[in-house]
Design a protein around this ligand. Sequence first.
Ligand code: NAD
Length: 509
Amino acid sequence: MKAPRKERKSIFDESMEAFYRAADLIRLHPRVRLELEEPDFEHIFYITIETRDRLVPLSPDEEAHFKDLPASSVKAGEALEPLANGQFVLHRRALLKADITVREGVLRIPKRGLFRIEKGGPKKFKAYRIQYNQVRGPYKGGVRYHKDVSLDLFKALAADMTWKTAIADIPFGGAKGGVRIDPQAYSKEEIEHVTLRFIYKLKNLIGPYVDIPAPDVNTNSEIMAIMMRQYTDGARMPHAMRGVVTGKDVRIGGSEGRNKATGQGTVYCLEEWARWRGVNLQGARVLVQGFGNVGSASAEILHGMGARIVAVQDAHGTIHDERGIDIPALLAHCFANRENLRRSVAGFPGAKALPPGDFWFLDADIAIPAALGGEITAEVADRMRVKVVAEAANGPTTPDGDEILRARKIDLIPDIICNAGGVTVSYYEWLQNLRMEHWTEAEVNRRLEGAIKSNYAIIRDVALDTTKRTESHDSRPFAIGRQTDMRTAAMVLALKRIEAHYLLEGFSQ
Ligand code: NAD
């Protein structure tokens, strides 16, 4: 007889488990519970763009048929734009002064091989913006471009932003969104067009006092600049609207310290954890998964403090060196090497390649998941050999994984405080935009350190049931009268801060 199929919970349902645990613990007001159980708005829409012609590599069994095809002489350079998926965008100027032989739509490019010309044309993408809750301030959250995004995922991430902004104690609510697209398959210009259409459709739904997007996976300060321009284009006072997005380049209203803020916040949490546990970060061995904005900044800062980054994994490779990887050299390999189109750690000459399946099971002190969600499953958690998991990514640990980490007494720094540095400095950026100010990096980090460490201390006090008032924090209003785990304690802090707004302001009927 077939075993009954186990119903898989949605990502959103899984991510809400901590919410329900904490809501029960603090007996959250029933109406507040209803308000927070689902998003305020779920915007789902479609955007279309025009794509360019492509050169798509031929499969090995097709190649034989074209073995006598003469090579075409094409002036490459900008005319053939390489994509991270091995294809080329064919710009028409490639045909100027070219000497081309095409047979059955196939041509040979010297030193690159055989390609089929694929005609571009209009293409449609599904897009999302989930505005979860705004009781504490404007909706706030990142924009993700990825092929695996969904309503379910964005609901979970938008809810997370609601808890995170409350934990960071900044006057924002929560949101998240993005586009279902594989950015590696599109040119810079096509991604720009996707971004322009995305904001065109969202124009009436966002704004500096309404909803403030920011970078997330596969979006960055360049994309934020395009969003800002599209939003403010034609406005009478565009300069007063710079706060419509955060994570901008510092030269156009971004904040000093924003690029590294999420990684910096993770490190501030780790410093507090290490002080409490009596661990010396100098010489501590660290695993970092994801070497994008957050992973690379965490690794760079920890390396600068004398920690040893013994392994790094990204979507394309895993590298390992027990003596500690030379992080400045790895940064140069990923971000200053124009040949490295995928900005991957793969092929880094200063470390050994490792089978990806071995990564989580290396012996180390600290594991920093800084890539995507759902990575630390029960199977992974069961075999990890670290003292602490610092969740720099959003939702990297599944509820089953969580339970096993707890049972194995592996400490956890939950995502909603561990990666709150990014949104905290986004708030500083927004404030600077509204005030037309520019703060130094030292000023930004001084404020960030105070904010992250004091809120981290409140969460730890709640978890250990040792609430108190010190010079830098007061955890007494959040006491629950018993011990709990760090993730639940973080949710308690978030829910008590959010609930206060509903209870003090009341509900309009
Ligand atoms: P990014 O796009 O800059 O980098 C993502 C990294 O993850 C890349 O190195 C990529 O290769 C790697 N990756 C992707 N899939 C992988 C896989 N299956 N296995 C291993 N590695 C994989 O993104 P980011 O901005 O650094 O964001 C990383 C995480 O941090 C996300 O979960 C994001 O939601 C979260 N986060 C980011 C910020 C921020 O300020 N950027 C703030 C808070 C939380």
